[in-house]
Structure formats: structure tokens, C-alpha cells
Design a binder for this molecule. Sequence first.
Ligand code: COA
Length: 187
Amino acid sequence: MKDLGTKNLETKRLLLRKFKIEDAPLVYENWCNDPDVAKYVTWQPHKSVEETKELLEEWIKSYESNRTYKWVAELKDTSEIIGSIDVVSKKTLDHGACEIGYCYGKKYWGKGYASECLDAVIKYLFDECDAYVISAKHCSLNPASGKVMQKCGLKYEGTLRGRYVDPDGKRNDILSYSITKEEYKSR
Ligand SMILES: CC(C)(COP(=O)(O)OP(=O)(O)OC[C@H]1O[C@@H](n2cnc3c(N)ncnc32)[C@H](O)[C@@H]1OP(=O)(O)O)[C@@H](O)C(=O)NCCC(=O)NCCS
């Protein structure tokens, strides 16, 4: 893997760029304060914009490493920020393995933005960073996320049985998807 970090990426409708501290109020309002957005992710909804600001400070510091892949998605037309996409762990990068996570504000769902961002990140990680495999996981109760993975060419590779536990203690499966460099090149 050739670690090039969080470079600006452009799609038809979006600019993927590094977070800035001035983004905090809209990151909070547009997705981080929303329990529906946080339902199937690993973080809790933020209680205040200060919480968002503290997190952004940490993330901005993390850009000092070229092993940080963490983008905010901005609509080119209006400059609104709509969500984020990142490589969730640095641990597996040595082996060229990138696990992706993403979340977008509710008012932007169903417009193809998540797929547009994931496509761009996949292209960057394979073409420029020489990744070997790109993966993502979703809870079985969140099929829209699985659909995004499928639309971007990831294949179902297995089920982690009962690994998602909701706040009431009820278990559900997690589905894992991935695409290898060979599969990407032969598309
Ligand atoms: C899941 C999420 C990323 C999808 O974002 P999005 O921008 O709406 O995704 P897209 O519009 O690119 O694609 C969604 C696809 O799922 C489909 N879909 C929506 N609801 C669905 C459902 N209940 N079952 C199956 N497919 C569904 C859509 O029809 C669309 O497919 P299509 O383009 O073929 O019609 C977004 O809802 C989100 O951020 N949710 C909160 C955070 C989250 O869950 N992150 C993922 C954690 S694994």
C-alpha cells in the first residue's frame, strides 16, 4: 500500500475533502446529532456542537499522518456538507486492506450520494494508493448500506452471526462485503 492520505477527490456532484474546524456546526446539525443516522454505526449521536468540535480537532490532528483516510463530502453546487466517508482502521493498511465506513445526513439519503462517494474512494485507494482489498460491513437491519456496497462492486463475503447488539440487547447479523484489486481491474 502506498499511503497518500486524505487527498481531495472530485465526483460529478461532490468534493471529498479534509474536515475543517469551521465544519463543526453543520457536521453536528446535518448528521452527528441524529439518532437515525447513528442507529447502525459505532458512535452515539452527539449531544452538543462542542462534542462535534472536539472530535473534529482530533480528526484534523490525525491528518498529520498519511495513513489517515477521512473525508467530508461537500456538494459542489451549494457547498453544503452532507456526510463523511473514511477508512475505519489503520491497523490493516500494512496488508493493503482498507475497511470503509460512511454516514450521511438524513435529508440527503436516496439520491445516490453514498454510492458516488464510495466509488470515488475505491478508485483512489486502488489506482493511487495500491490497496489490495476494500471492505465494508453493515447490520442486516440496514439493507440500504448493503445496496451501496453492491452498487459499487463489492461482493458479499460472509456473515458475522449475532455481532450487532441493539440497545435492548437484541442481536442481529453483520454482513461483510469486499472487492479485491483484481476484481476492480477486471470490471
Ligand atoms: C446507508 C446510507 C449510507 C445510504 O446512503 P444513500 O446516499 O441513501 O445511498 P444511495 O442513494 O447511494 O444508495 C442507496 C440504495 O439503497 C436502496 N435502498 C434504500 N432503502 C433500502 C432498503 N430498505 N432495502 C434495500 N435497499 C434500499 C436505494 O434504493 C438505493 O439503491 P438504488 O440506487 O439502486 O435505488 C445512508 O442511509 C446513511 O448514511 N445511513 C446512516 C449511517 C449508516 O447507516 N451508515 C452505514 C453503516 S454500515
